[in-house]
Structure formats: C-alpha cells, structure tokens
Ligand binder design. Structure first.
Ligand code: GLA
Length: 733
C-alpha cells in the first residue's frame, strides 16, 4: 500500500557475531554462522528490535561472543551433521532431510558438506558464499527483502571450481525452516484440467508432503506455492502465515515436513526427478527465485500483501501496467471454423457490447481445420483468409477494438510442414515411441535452432500484422523427454534450458514489441507461476468457465496471484464443463470479479442478451480498477458446503469498494445472512448503489459511514439458484 514515508529495507551483516539479518515491511529474516562454520537459519517472522538477540536454538553461555552454536551428536543414530540446522545443506555428513544440493564428483565422491566462506552486501542484496570442506565447489545464496511488503527473494547458484565436471542432481532455490512444533498446517492448491485451484489443507508431520510437477511445465496438478499457518490460530483474518511461490514454469518440487527433531523444513526449487546437470569446470548453474512472505493477519492479509508485491515487482509494467481490456475470444463460437466474414460478423457484435479487444483463437493458420494438423505452420490459412489478416484487423480497429491472435508456438502436429522438415526438433529418444497428446508433440525448445526459429516466426507475425495481443497456449505435457544430439551427460539439462529459452523468447518479443501484450494459457491454468507472470500481461486460470465452479477457481487462484492478471470469461449456458445452466446475469457477476472477457457464441444471442451484456460491460468499467488493482477481501469464500459467498474489492485509496454476493442455491424459505463489507475507511461516509442499477434492498440506507457498513452488513434478498448481486460503495462527496 502507498505510504507517505518511503519504506526502507535493511540488510545487516555483523562481522563479529557473523549474524546476518534482513528487515523490511514488518518482517525480519536472520541467519548466522555457527562455531563450526555451518550457516544456520535463525529467524523468520515479525520485525524484531535492532538489538534483539538472534541466537541458535542451542544454548549459548552468557557473554559468549559466538552467538550461534553447532550442536554435537544427539545419539549414534543422529550425528551432528543430521541435527545441525543448516540454511542450505549439502547432501553429506549424515543429512537426513531434503538437501539444498546434491552432487556427485568425477571420482564418485557423493559427500558434500557446505560451510560459510564469505559474504557481501551489495545495496539491498545479501550474498553468502558457502564452500565444500574439501572440494572446490561453492554455492552462493542470494537474499533481498522488499521494504514495503517484507517479501523475501531467495535464490542460489552453484559453481564448479574443479578441473573435472561435477554432476549436480539437485539444487534448491531456497530451504526454509520454522521452529519445532506439532501444530503447523500446510495450505496448498491442486487440481487437474478444468478443475484447477482447489484449496487443500493438511497437518505438517514427519511424513513429508511433496508438491511437485514432473511434467516439464508447472502443470495443472500442484501450483508451486505454499502457505503455512498454526492450528487454531490461523484463519482468513488472523494469525501467522508463512507463504511463498516459486518463479519457475518447469518441473518443480516443494517438500514440507518435520525433520528428525520436529523442526519444519521446506525445500523449494527444481524437481530432481529425471534431472541432472553436468557442471563443467568453471561453470555456474543458477536457480529460479523463490519469493516468500510472512503475515500476522491470516491468509487474507498474506494474499493481499503478496498481491501488492506481485503487482509492484513481478507483473510487467508494475503499478503502471494497463488495466485489462474487456476481451472477446472467438473459440467457443467458431472453434476451428474461422473465416474472414465470420470473424468480422462477430467483431461487429462484440463492439456493440463495449468489448475493447477482439481475439481470433485457434484455426487461422496452416492446414488447421481440426486439432489434427497445422500446428507449427504459423502462416495465415489462404482459404479462410484469402486477403491475409489485414482486412479483418483493419475492421476490428475501425470498430474501436484492438486485435489479438492465438498461438501455440512450442508444439507441432505430426501432420505439419514444420514436422515434415524437422522431425528431429521434438523431444524424443532415438528409436522410441513419440507419444502424441491432442495429436501433437512438444518441440525441444532447449535447442537453440528451435528457439531462434520460434522467435523469428513470432517476431514476423507481430511485425507484419497489427497484432496487439497474443494468447500463448501450451496444450500437453511432456513424454519421452529426450534430447538426442547433445552428449548423454547434458541431455537432462532439457528441464532447465527449455524454460530458459521460453523466457528468452518472451522477453525478446516484449523488448522488440513494447506494446505487445501476451496472455499465458496452458489448457487453462496449466502454466501459472511467478516466472510466466513476470513475462506476460494476463493468464487464463482454467478452461472451466462454469460461473459457479469459477468462483471457487478464482478463490483458489487469488490465494497466490493477483486479480490484475486473472482473466474470466462469460461463455454459453449450459456450460460445456458440467452442463449447468445459469443466467447471463449470474455469468457476468462471476466473471466481473476478474479481468472480464466474453467467449460466448454471439451469433446465437438474442436482442435481450445484447442489452444485458451492454449493461454489465458498462457497469464493469465503473469498478474495473477497484476489482483488478484493489485489495481483495474473501468475506465468505465459496465452497461446496457454502450456499452463499461474498467477495469484496477495495480501491487503493479506499474511495470505492465493491461487494459481490453470490447465492449457489436457496435452502428452505430462508434468506442468506447479511454479508459484512471489509476494508472500508470506518470514518468516511459512503453512498451505496446496486451495480448495474436497481433498487437497494429494504432497510438499506443510501449512505452511511464505513463503520456502519462494516458493522451492519447488507442483507441481499437473493432467492433461487445461481443468483447474485453486487453493491458499490463510493465516498460521498
Ligand atoms: C486450449 C485453450 C482453449 C482454446 C483451445 C484452442 O484448449 O485452453 O481456450 O484456445 O486450446 O485449440
């Protein structure tokens, strides 16, 4: 949030005690070197006073200049190496928890013991260098803390100083530790295609919980995120929460569990599954960044703080990023049957509703008449668009919208000119089957020739056509992740180099075309993470557009990621995903809680549908900034057990608030309970109105103080199934 006094982050390194601390945004993080040279985590929580002692959990004698002690062995079963709490342990010396790094030296030595070697503070960044006790292998840990939100950025890099290659089988971005306790609860997100973002919660025990993707990309399964609270203490509105997310769009692993002494250990980073990196002499391997925060205000405040950080530091353009335009996408209307005349007719209808961006989805290129052919051939289909795309694009701009196109650059159909010319460009093992998914194979983007080809194709597409927006899709997971053509020892680099080259293409395209906007999609939410969010303008959370399911999807998504990048479309009813029928009003009220899009078949709409849509699009534009950029309060989260739900968005200056109330299904003759707004300024007087027009419910005054609204709540007389309403609070002049 904005404040008059500029916030500062402080990085302190005390050479005498060898204790390092980072302070910012109400958070302190500390680590220190013990008397045997191990780097130990010391503290992660609310701000401490400058002179507060930061000591290891092992007893320190009064007056002892060394504050951090290394423990001795606990028993023959628990040698010192397995009980010393290490900030980033190597796999060696009897370590029994997940390591920060695991390596095999050329002579077969697998013992890696890291101790402190040096540190440096560069501006607001702390670097701590660790080195193996015998071999010239070093790991540098990097830390910064955001002054406004206290969000830490942590990453690591390993350097081989030896004359022979060292095989790195695992390297974490960061390992985190929380003090001994049996009352920690892990919150995470999971799902599958068209059912992403399901919230789960489990106790943290010695049985490790592993959140991972082995698929080559982030995946629909587990999102690379965790939040940890305390049993009985942590709720939506109260209590401690340690949380974070990995900025990586490839296979990842987050493991959470108690170690042999009951301390909570969290390992985050590349997935060691099927991965190794033969680190050449003098070579360095970097990890992605893990962003981690701490809040005392429950899961709600944790999300709001993380959203603030992400909007300022991850989303391209930061606070100056454009609000998401209202979008129309042709996929559900025409599927592969796109033609110049058909798209122009849809564009005319979309413009009448108030749409600002018109997007042609799949089917415009190559021999793409179904999902069986054409992927890889990114030239305009001459039968569907005999005059190229120009006439359609010109028409779209004349109608007052900008123009976008769907692409899926990383994939190829076997039936395509690209595959016929370059069958060796896909992930494969020589002589083994090439398993197709949706009739397509994955191009091996780790290869430089593939990378350069795709960048060239996309650059030309955007240069030659007036394209303001690309919807970048990715519609299958990896199988047979082989990379013939490089030495066997280097083939498993594919997991890292593929994603590195994806990031390269996205950043290079953005650099060459600064006005181009990109949406990340992977059959819905199969590749949503802070890595891809840092290089795109919006993401598509799910192919499931059922408005009731979507409320839960949006609730899960926003635990981690900001509304400002979350697209939400109004599509046709009954919905393809679950055949549920809902009113157009309800569908709009659900989608207006994100970046509004319309994906329905406008050719089938009646006159009254256009009137309804025009009303809601106009209403959305009056609250768009608050919804997309405001603070999100999950007043009463939607769930299968909850008949009604409420969500509130409050603008940064607290002059506008919007509360959506959604009724899943009526019970008996009851009315839903009053829902209580949150986040308003108690001292300000707010006028209230019903979004989209209409009378206020009986007994609701037209204006009252923020305190009044938050205390009394509002009781919307909703009846029936799948109905909703929204109240807009605005500071009265
Ligand atoms: C994926 C996307 C859809 C659509 C189709 C096109 O399934 O998630 O929105 O773009 O591909 O083939």
């Amino acid at each position: 949030m904005t404040s008059a006094v500029p916030a500062v982050a402080k990085v302190t390194a005390d050479p005498a005690s060898r204790v390092f601390r980072l302070d910012g945004g109400g958070v302190t993080y500390a680590l220190g070197v013990d008397d045997k040279g191990y780097l130990q985590p010391l503290y992660w929580g609310s701000s401490l006073a400058a002179n507060d002692p930061l000591v290891s959990t092992d007893p320190v004698k009064t007056g002892d200049p060394v504050l951090v002690k290394a423990p001795g062995e606990l028993s023959g079963f628990d040698p010192a190496g397995s009980v010393t709490l290490q900030e980033f342990p190597g796999q060696g010396e009897g370590l029994v928890s997940d390591p920060g790094i695991k390596a095999i030296f050329a002579d077969g030595n697998r013992d890696l013991v890291l101790k402190y070697r040096s540190h440096r503070v560069d501006g607001e960044t702390l670097y701590v260098e660790l080195a193996d006790i015998r071999r010239p292998l070093t790991v540098t840990l990097r830390y910064t803390i955001d002054p406004d939100t206290g969000v830490l950025a942590r990453s690591a890099s390993v350097r081989n100083g030896d004359r022979r290659a060292v095989r790195v089988d695992q390297i974490a971005s960061a390992v985190f530790t929380l003090p001994v306790g049996d009352d920690y609860r892990l919150h995470y997100l999971t799902g599958r295609h068209a059912a992403e973002w399901t919230k789960k919660e489990v106790g943290i025990t010695p049985a490790l919980t592993v959140l991972e993707s082995r698929r080559g990309s982030t995946g629909h399964g587990n999102n690379p995120y965790f939040a940890i609270g305390k049993d009985g203490l942590t709720t939506e509105e109260h209590g401690p929460v340690w949380y974070g997310a990995l900025a990586w769009s490839g296979s990842f692993r987050i493991s959470v569990g108690q170690d042999n002494l009951g301390r909570v250990r969290i390992m985050t980073g590349y997935n060691p599954y099927d991965f190794s990196w033969s680190l050449k002499p003098g070579e360095t391997l970097d990890t992605p960044v893990f962003y981690a925060g701490y809040s005392t205000g429950g899961l709600g405040a944790a999300s709001r703080t993380f959203h603030t950080f992400e909007q300022a530091h991850i989303v391209p353009g930061g606070q100056k990023a454009r609000l998401r335009p209202v979008l129309y996408n042709s996929w559900e209307a025409t599927a592969f049957d796109v033609t110049e005349a058909g798209q122009e007719a849809l564009a005319e209808k979309a413009a009448k509703i108030g749409v600002e961006r018109f997007v042609v989805d799949d089917g415009w290129f190559g021999a793409r008449n179904s999902d069986k052919a054409g992927l890889g051939d990114w030239t305009v289909n001459p039968t569907k668009f005999p005059n190229g795309l120009k006439p359609l694009i010109d028409k779209v701009y004349t109608l007052g919208m900008d123009f976008g196109l769907w692409v899926e650059p990383e994939m190829v159909n076997v039936d395509s000119d690209l595959y016929r010319a370059h069958p060796d460009w896909v992930l494969n093992y020589t002589g083994r089957p090439r398993t197709e998914g949706r009739n397509q194979l994955v191009l091996n983007l780790a290869r430089q020739d593939v990378r350069d080809h795709l960048l060239g194709v996309l650059d030309r597409l955007v240069t030659q056509n007036d394209v303001a927006f690309l919807k970048w899709d990715y519609n299958r997971n990896w199988t047979e992740a082989g990379w013939p053509g490089v030495p066997v020892a280097d083939q498993q680099r594919v997991y890292v180099q593929y994603v590195g080259n994806l990031y390269y293409i996205l950043s290079e395209l953005r650099r060459r075309h600064p006005k181009l906007e990109i949406e990340a999609c992977s059959g819905g939410g199969g590749r949503v993470d802070l890595g891809i969010i840092g290089l795109t303008d919006e993401v598509w959370p799910s192919d499931n557009t059922d408005p009731a399911d979507r409320l839960m999807i949006q609730d899960g998504f926003t635990q981690v990621y900001p509304v400002s990048v979350m697209m939400a479309w109004v599509t046709d009813s009954p919905n393809w995903a679950n055949t549920r029928a809902t009113s157009l009003d309800y569908r709009f009220l659900s989608s207006m809680q994100g970046g509004l899009g319309i994906g329905a078949n406008l050719d089938k709409w009646q006159a009254e549908d256009f009137t309804t849509a025009r009303k809601w699009v106009a209403a959305y534009k009056t609250i768009r900034e608050t919804v997309q950029r405001g603070a999100l309060y999950r007043i009463d989260p939607p769930s299968n057990d909850n008949a009604s739900s409420a969500t509130m968005y409050v603008s940064q200056d607290r002059r506008q608030g919007v509360m959506f109330q959604m009724l899943h299904s009526s019970m008996w003759r009851d009315n839903p309970a009053a829902q209580h707004p949150q986040g308003l300024d108690p001292a300000q007087v707010y006028a209230v109105r019903v979004l989209g027009g209409g009378a206020l419910p009986d007994g609701v005054p037209a204006r009252a103080s923020g305190a009044y609204w938050m205390e009394h709540g509002l009781r919307a007389p909703l009846k029936g199934d799948f109905v909703g309403t929204a109240f807009v609070f605005e500071v009265a002049q």
